[in-house]
Design a protein. Sequence first.
Length: 310
Amino acid sequence: MKGHIKERFISVQKYEVNEEYDKSRLDNCLISKLKYLPRSKIYSIIRKGEVRVNGSRCKPHKKLNLGDIIRIPPHIIKQNEPKVASKSLIDIVKNNIIFNENSILVINKPVGLASHGGSGISLGLIETVRQIDSKFNNAQLVHRLDKETSGCIVLALRRSMLRKLNQELREGRVEKKYVAVTKGQWPENISLVESNLKKNITISGERMVKVDSSGKESKTLFNLIDKTNSVSLIGCKLLTGRTHQIRVQVSNLGYPIIGDKKYGDDKTNKKYKLKGINRMLLHAESISFPELNFSWKTDVPDIFKKLMRH
């Protein structure tokens, strides 16, 4: 349930650019500093010249320098009071922190918890993290995981670190490895899968991705780890980072992920639900930033291994 809507008047603010935002764009700085304002409002006040940098009107893409003074005009904000995370959820997330150093927080995200609120979800991982400790108030997601995917997710606690990690992602220097349990016996000769993926939004607002020649180029390296007569445990290394990439590619090949309600096989999902499988069997096992000498790994969930023994 959403909180009550409250209205606040914010008077003129002046902000001196520190090292966190040195060389940042003006719009990105304000989006970060004014989290409570819609992006459309931020671009509107810049466009109208109500935002000044050192007394002058500026374009959204203006690069800021250390010591610049930004004037932010008075404005009224309407917002939902943030939903308070339960103690049990805070404890679960705290207990899944696997790294907390160098302004980086790495969490083994529990299955069923969205990366962030929105689209009918009032509370996600990032909102919960910010309620754990005041030191995490400015935590930002470096990347995202689907709600039903568990595993390594990286957050930055300082803007400078967020920029550094985002640059590595943009320039394709980050290694992300997943494990999944799929229907059927995965062929050992399938390794590199290349396909064009196109994202569509359905009438209900749901994101759906399909293989389409007009879509974006997508590449994944797959390897067979183990298999039974009915399922396979596979490793997946992303070479590109498209929405639902692994899920769509394996489903398109005829080996959908067990428990995937969007791209999976309903009959198979029902069969495994009766066996106690109440989640999608996709797990972000590791993420590495080789150039920065950062690497984190999580254990494969027991349910994945257990299924391979039956």
